[in-house]
Structure formats: C-alpha cells, structure tokens
Design a protein. Sequence first.
Length: 179
Amino acid sequence: MSGRRPRAPAHGFFRRLDAVARAAFPATSCAVLMVLAASPIGLPSAMAAVALACVFFWSLFRPASMAPPYVFALGLLQDMLSFSPPGIGILTLLLLHGATLRARRLLARQTFLLVWLAFCGMAAGAVALGYFLQALLGLRLPPAMPALHLLGLTIGFYPALAWVLTRLHRAMQRAEDLA
C-alpha cells in the first residue's frame, strides 16, 4: 500500500461530507479520548489532562476546527465526567483556547520542545485556575496534591498525544491537498 496514493473523494455530496468529517474530527476525537480517559483505570485526572492537551494542540494547529463553541462543549463534558462544579472545566478550557490562539502566530512554527514548554506554562496556569476556582466555589482550600498530579499527568501525556495528533493532522492535510 505504500506506493498507492489516496483517492480524492467524489464530487458533490461525498466531498462535502468528507470536509465536514475532517472539520469535526478534532473536537470529536477529543471528546472520545476524554470519555475513554474517564473510565475507572486508577488515573482520576487523566481525563482533564487529555482535554487540556487536545484543546491546546488543535487550537494551535487547526483553530478553525476547535472553535469556542466546541471548546465550551468539551469543558461541559469535562465538568460532567469529573463531577466538578459546573463551569470550572468550561472556563479553564476556554481560557487555554484563547491563550493558545493568542500565541499561535509565535508557536505554530516552533520546535516541539518550545511548543511543549509553552504548553507546560499554559497547563500550569489552567490547573492553577481550576484549583483556585474549586477553592472559591467550595469556600475552602482543597488539597494541592490532586492539582499537582493533574499537572504532572498533563505535562507527561502531551508528547505522546502530540505525536499521535500530529500524524492525524498531517493525514488530514494530505487529504485536503487532494481535494
């Protein structure tokens, strides 16, 4: 199969369907990964780590496919899956999305290491914001270890997720070039 070129989709309905599927893929794949990560495997903050990494990646490399309404829906899904107070996941993901869009011009052409370091800083800010919002809404200071665990998982998951998402992004680009 390595010598074969993928065929361009047929004209008309199927071409539009292909374009819609490619546009919806980032948000849909993020939601599926979040649901899978929320399964009881012993890593309670894996779902939030996946959400932060996916929203950052797709906001950086496919911002049109990770529009604010999608980010809002993913934040709502995060809040529902984690049983956290409504709004914390929404706000943190929307602010991460906005910060990523703001830094996109600078980050989009950088090396992986610089992008990862920028993500580490943004993830630290998102986790800190979530921690302080939980403290504010709960009217007490929650334990810090879950937040630190989330930050560690988020930073640690990003390289593996970015590797997979980069390959998917490139495949989508190749398909768009054929269209």
